[in-house]
Ligand binder design. Structure first.
Ligand SMILES: Nc1ncnc2c1ncn2[C@@H]1O[C@H](COP(=O)(O)OP(=O)(O)OP(=O)(O)O)[C@@H](O)[C@H]1O
Length: 577
């Protein structure tokens, strides 16, 4: 799902809604460069799509979203829906928000922030573990809550590491990336970076850019102009966030025109050597001095909020309108997931990619740059099978094989993760369709030839052919001379069972957090395929586990590519087609 948020090169510019909600995004720009504006534009879009989020509002500037959208405002203002000091049912409100998509503004601008934000993070993480629905936590002024020190709120760090698997995304905004904990910044696979001028802050973001020149360019950006990169967009793009639908409260108060007080020369201070002697007469102002109360006028003063006196919690409104909800691209297959341990640190994996790029002379400043490196878990299925072999002297054999549960390729994990095509072309097909596909030669077949080979009836073959055409395994029929011929679009022969046994190279650990790629291959798919290739085969065990893999994204002028490094052996994942 693409969400339009502004313009790039005069055209509408969209970002991935899925990444925005369940990914980890950092918004980095100096004061006044447009962070709050950007966040508000994103919030408005999320509101329009009824996607749930909770924003930690440190300046009390997001309540204006309420002018246009249905949301719950928790804070210390008279007009808040709930008094942040007295609220008892925070968990229920947040659960309601996760289900209904009605966002929560958690306004901590007038209270002791850290304790309130810690509590919120604890509750949200627990809820995400229970509910596992897409939801976004937005943390404004992240350097206050997750500084590079022991005071960092550990639950927010945990959300950055483990939230995604639970559907809980994180967006952090800061004007000082140099002082935000690297534990969170390094987890941010999406970046929105605007104007920055302080050298340490420029250094803190230079890993996201391909050249020094691009980093230097950051200091000349206008408010509202940002580089958007990572998983939010296909390629790094300089863009400008669009207009706000609701009023921006983060405006700098405007100084009203004033006339300065006349300068009273004090001869004892900073005497001007060249000045003529001061006159004895006092200086008479030529224009009247502006009255004191004309000094600073906050914009939209009439709309400024009154300070909170007291507020009582109101009843939770029933909010159960059906709302569309985003689907996670990567979902946990089940909770009790086991995986090989991570033996290779992220830096070591990255170094091996960087080393490879250096050897090719491609790194930094020329054509390629690292965009992100995320630890993911690749699901594999280990099948143990018993079958009868031998034409004349029949014996019972046992064998096992490993299948890539995301595609149905055969996997090998004896010395690094490798895949080769095998069951992939047959996953999801009916038994008859598999039988027909298996009968195809490269040059194609007529119905009569398929009938002779498979001994299936014409009706069954007709249905199987329609299924294979629909799923793009074969072409529509072509006339060769006066014969109607179907040609296969997939090339791989059906795998035959071997005799070896696969060994899992280490004890598996219970997975606690992380992103597991979606599993599309199930035991039933393999059972159906085996029925055709090895009718005597019987699956006696099927063990699902995952292999940790670093998904490293590298961008160049020609586009973005992904390299996978397995987190157990530290080798590049090989995929033979
Ligand atoms: N996309 C934009 N389009 C038009 N004006 C913008 C845009 N982004 C920012 N501005 C202008 O820049 C001003 C500063 O933006 P904003 O308040 O969002 O900065 P900030 O980075 O959040 O600052 P601070 O860190 O001090 O809170 C806004 O008041 C607005 O006038």
């Amino acid at each position: 799902m693409e969400i339009i948020v502004g313009k790039a090169n005069g055209r509408d510019f969209g970002i991935s809604g899925q990444e925005l909600v369940t990914g980890r995004t950092c918004i980095i720009a100096q004061s006044g460069a447009g962070k709050s504006w950007t966040i508000a534009v994103l919030c408005e879009q999320l509101c329009r799509y009824h996607i749930g989020f909770c924003i930690i509002d440190t300046e009390g500037e997001y309540f204006s979203l309420k002018d246009r959208f249905d949301l719950t405002w928790i804070g210390a203002d008279d007009e808040c829906d709930y008094d942040i000091e007295r609220i008892e049912n925070l968990k229920d409100i947040l659960r309601d928000s996760i289900h209904s998509g009605i966002p929560v503004i958690y306004d901590v601008s007038e209270v002791e922030m850290t304790e309130k934000v810690s509590r919120l993070a604890e509750i949200l993480y627990d809820l995400a573990t229970e509910e596992r629905k897409p939801y976004l936590l937005i943390v404004e002024e992240a350097d206050k809550f997750i500084p590079q020190s022991r005071d960092s709120i550990k639950k927010i760090e945990e959300i950055s590491r483990r939230g995604r698997k639970r559907g809980l995304g994180l967006m952090v905004a800061t004007q000082r990336p140099a002082i935000v904990t690297k534990n969170v910044l390094s987890q941010c696979n999406n970046q929105i970076i605007g104007k920055l001028s302080i050298e340490n802050d420029l250094k803190a973001v230079d890993l996201f850019f391909g050249s020094k020149r691009e980093v230097e360019e950051l200091s000349s950006l206008n408010p509202g102009d940002f580089y958007v990169m990572g998983g939010l967009t296909r390629e790094k793009t300089r863009m400008r966030f669009g207009k706000r639908e609701t009023k921006h409260r983060g405006l700098t108060p405007v100084l009203a025109p004033r006339t300065p007080d006349p300068v009273q020369n004090n001869p004892d201070e900073f005497p001007d050597e060249n000045a003529p002697d001061a006159p004895n007469d006092p200086v008479v102002p030529k224009t009247p001095i502006a009255p004191k109360n004309e000094v600073v006028v906050p914009c939209n003063e009439s709309e400024q909020r009154a300070p909170n006196k007291s507020s009582t919690p109101k009843e939770t409104k029933p909010k159960s309108k059906p709302r569309p909800c985003v689907r996670r691209k990567k979902t946990p297959s089940f909770l009790e997931e086991r995986a090989l341990p991570v033996r290779i640190e992220r830096d070591v994996a990255l170094n091996s990619v960087v080393g490879g790029m250096k050897r090719k002379g491609l790194l930094f400043g020329t054509s390629e740059r690292l965009v992100s490196a995320e630890l993911i878990y690749w699901p594999l299925c280990l099948f143990q099978v018993r079958y009868i072999s031998g034409k004349f002297r029949k014996t019972t054999q046992e064998t096992s094989f490993l299948v890539d549960a995301t595609h149905g390729r055969c996997a090998d994990i004896s010395d690094g993760l490798r895949f080769r095509a095998c069951f992939s072309d047959y996953i999801g097909l009916s038994e008859d369709a598999i039988r027909v596909l298996d009968a195809f030669s490269i040059s194609g077949e007529t119905t009569a030839e398929i009938e002779a080979q498979t001994r299936l009836t014409p009706d069954v073959i007709e249905d199987a052919i329609s299924e294979l055409c629909r799923s793009k395994r074969i072409t529509d029929s072509q006339m060769v001379g006066n014969r109607e011929v179907w040609v296969p679009l997939v090339r791989h022969g059906m795998p035959r069972l071997g005799t070896g046994m696969v060994k899992i190279p280490a004890a598996l650990e219970l997975l606690d957090g992380g992103t597991v790629l979606e599993r599309i291959v199930h035991e039933q798919d393999i059972r159906t395929i085996l029925k055709v290739t090895q009718p005597t085969a019987e699956i006696i065990a099927c063990q699902l586990f995952s292999c940790p893999v670093y998904e490293v994204k590298v961008a160049s002028a020609t586009g973005e590519k992904t390299i996978f490094i397995d987190g157990f052996f530290g080798k590049k994942v090989l995929i033979a087609h």
